[in-house]
Design a protein around this ligand. Structure first.
Ligand code: GLU
Length: 353
C-alpha cells in the first residue's frame, strides 16, 4: 500500500525533532482544514495529476510534520473535506464565521486554512474582506497530492504555520503561502494549472518565507480585515452575482439568462479593457435598466479596467472592476450588494477594496 508523504514524514521526523521553545513561548496556531490536493492521495508516487483530493484528515497532516511543533502550538479542525471547486456561497459564509470566532479567542494567535488551489483565491479574498481581525490568517494549498514524488504540501504548510504564528504578519490582511512566497489573498490568482509555481500576484508577492523566517517587501494598501466595512458576523447571505465570459460572437442571451436567473449583478469578463461587441451594448443597457448592476472586468489576466475607456460607464451607469479578475469581482460584488444597491457606492467599493 502506498504510504502518504504525511505518514512517511511522521515516521522519520518524530525522532529527529528537538523542541526549541517551550509551549508558553510559542504562538498558538489553529489549522482549519477544508480538503483539496494538500489532503489528496493518488494510486502511485508517479501520480502528480491523477488523484483524489480531500482524503487525508487534518490530524494526519499535523502529525506528519513534527517540525510544526518547533514553531507553534498547533491544533486542527476539519470543517470540510472537499475539493475547492465545490465551494459555494454557503460554505464561504460558514468558513468565514468559524474563522471570525476563532480569531476572537484569546488562546488563538494565528489561523491557517488548508484549501484546494482551484478556488483558493476566492476564499482568501472573501476572508480578507469580511473577517475583522489583525491576527494572521494564512490560506494554503498544494499542487501535488501527499502521495506524489516531490509533494509540495509539507513545506507550504510549514510556511503557513510560521507566518500565522508571526507577530510581523499581523495587520497585513489574509495571506497565502505557496512556493516559498507570501502573497496577499486579495491579489493572488492561480495562473498555471500544473506547476508548483501555480500562483502569482499581478503586483508581486508581499514577501518570502525561507527556513522558518519571513522576509517582507511590501504591504497591501487596499482596505481589508479590520478596516473593512463588511463584517462576516453580520452577513448571513451573499447576493447572487454571475459571471459571463465574453468572446467573439458571444450571444446576448447568456446575459439575459443571468438576469432572468435573479442576478443582482453581472460580471462581464470582457475582452481587452473590459470591452464588448457592439451587439451586446443594448442588451446590457436594458438589463441595467431592470436594476441589475453591470460590472466590467476583463478576461485578460493582468491590467486595470479603466472607467469610461472602451465603454461610457458614466452614461450607462455601469461599474468597472478595477484590477480584480472576474472571480474576485464576483466575491466583492456579492458582499457589497448585501449593503447597497447604488452603482456609485459599488464603484467606490471597487476602488477601495
Ligand atoms: N480541484 C481540487 C481543489 O481545488 C484539487 C486541486 C488542488 O487543490 O490543487 O480542491
Amino acid at each position: 500500500m502506498l504510504i502518504s508523504m504525511w505518514k512517511k514524514l511522521a515516521l522519520v521526523g518524530l525522532t529527529a525533532t528537538a523542541l526549541v521553545a517551550t509551549a508558553a513561548e510559542k504562538p498558538n496556531v489553529v489549522i482549519v482544514a477544508t480538503g483539496g490536493t494538500i489532503a489528496g492521495a493518488g494510486a502511485s508516487t508517479a501520480n502528480s495529476a491523477v488523484y483524489q483530493s480531500a482524503k487525508v484528515k487534518v490530524d494526519q497532516l499535523i502529525v506528519a510534520v513534527p517540525e510544526l511543533t518547533n514553531v507553534a502550538n498547533v491544533r486542527g479542525e476539519q470543517i470540510f473535506a472537499i475539493g475547492s471547486e465545490s465551494f459555494t456561497n454557503d460554505r464561504l459564509l460558514e468558513l468565514g464565521k468559524r474563522i471570525s470566532a476563532l480569531s476572537k479567542q484569546a488562546d488563538v494567535d494565528g489561523i491557517v486554512i488548508t484549501h484546494g488551489t482551484d478556488t483558493l483565491e476566492e476564499t482568501a479574498y472573501f476572508l480578507n474582506l469580511t473577517v475583522h481581525t489583525d491576527k494572521p490568517i494564512v490560506v494554503v494549498g498544494s499542487m501535488r497530492p501527499s502521495t506524489a514524488m516531490s509533494a509540495d504540501g509539507v513545506l507550504n504548510l510549514y510556511d503557513a504555520v510560521v507566518v500565522a504564528g508571526s507577530p510581523d504578519a499581523k495587520g497585513k490582511g489574509v495571506l497565502v503561502t505557496m512556493n516559498d512566497q507570501i502573497d496577499s489573498g486579495r491579489d493572488i490568482t492561480k495562473a498555471v494549472n500544473i506547476k508548483t509555481s501555480a500562483f502569482s500576484s499581478q503586483w508581486g508577492p508581499l514577501g518570502m518565507v525561507v527556513e522558518g523566517k519571513n522576509y517582507w517587501f511590501r504591504a497591501p494598501v487596499k482596505r481589508h480585515t479590520t478596516q473593512s466595512e463588511f463584517d462576516i458576523d453580520k452577513i448571513n447571505q451573499l447576493a447572487p452575482v454571475e459571471i459571463v465570459y465574453a468572446y467573439g460572437n458571444v450571444p446576448p442571451t447568456l446575459y439575459e439568462a443571468a438576469a432572468a436567473g435573479g442576478a443582482k449583478a453581472i460580471i462581464h469578463a470582457g475582452v481587452g479593457n473590459g470591452g464588448m461587441g457592439k451587439w451586446l451594448v443594448p442588451t446590457l443597457q436594458n438589463i441595467r435598466q431592470q436594476g441589475v448592476q453591470i460590472i466590467r472586468a476583463a478576461r485578460v489576466p493582468n491590467g486595470i479596467v479603466i472607467r469610461n475607456a472602451d465603454q461610457p460607464d458614466d452614461k450607462y451607469d455601469w461599474v468597472v472592476a478595477h484590477d480584480l479578475n472576474p472571480q474576485k469581482a464576483r466575491i466583492l460584488a456579492s458582499i457589497a450588494l448585501t449593503q447597497t444597491n447604488s452603482s456609485q457606492e459599488l464603484q467606490r467599493i471597487f476602488w477601495e477594496y
